[in-house]
Ligand binder design. Structure first.
Ligand code: ADP
Ligand code: MG
Length: 134
């Protein structure tokens, strides 16, 4: 069993999509290992997205991630990291395959409703940042 991190972003929690997104995880055989509702501090948002520091969208991304409630979920499944990225779909919802979370619930590239870890290294780093108590 592999672990990955999914975040439900503020634009999705605001639109009452928490249940719908969790249902997609369960329907696709992901186990919910840990789950919490929280808000990001400036420091957490900046370090979470440190790889994008200096890019044109970075400041807006950090302030968006601080703008409302986030749901953090550690999921478990065989090949959880790759499988979760497939279920989430491409970064831009307009390019995402039908049936993916971002196709169904993304509003735009910046408001794409969810985050998913992109590699084993990212998953370990991101789970540690969001769930330091584990
Ligand atoms: P992903 O979330 O698919 O791993 P990236 O790591 O490239 O995508 O980007 C992180 C997040 O930054 C995206 O989910 C999105 O919210 C935002 N983002 C990425 N590219 C852009 C862009 N060109 N314009 C605005 N926001 C962007
Ligand atoms: Mg990424």
């Amino acid at each position: 069993m592999e672990r990955s991190l999914l975040l439900i972003k503020p634009n999705a929690t605001k639109r009452n999509l928490i249940g719908a997104i969790i249902k997609m995880l369960e329907d696709n055989h992901f186990k919910i290992a840990h789950l919490k509702s929280f808000k990001m501090s400036d420091e957490l948002a900046q370090s979470f997205y440190a790889e994008h520091h200096g890019k044109g969208f970075y400041e807006d991304l950090v302030s968006f991630m601080r703008s409302g409630t986030i749901i953090g979920i550690v999921v478990e499944k065989d090949n959880a990291i790759d499988n979760l990225r497939l279920l989430v779909g491409k970064t831009n919802p307009e390019a995402a395959d039908p049936g993916t979370i971002r196709y169904l619930y993304g509003e735009s590239v910046s408001l794409n409703s969810v985050h998913a870890s992109d590699s084993p290294k990212s998953a370990v780093r991101e789970i540690k940042l969001i769930f330091p108590e584990l």
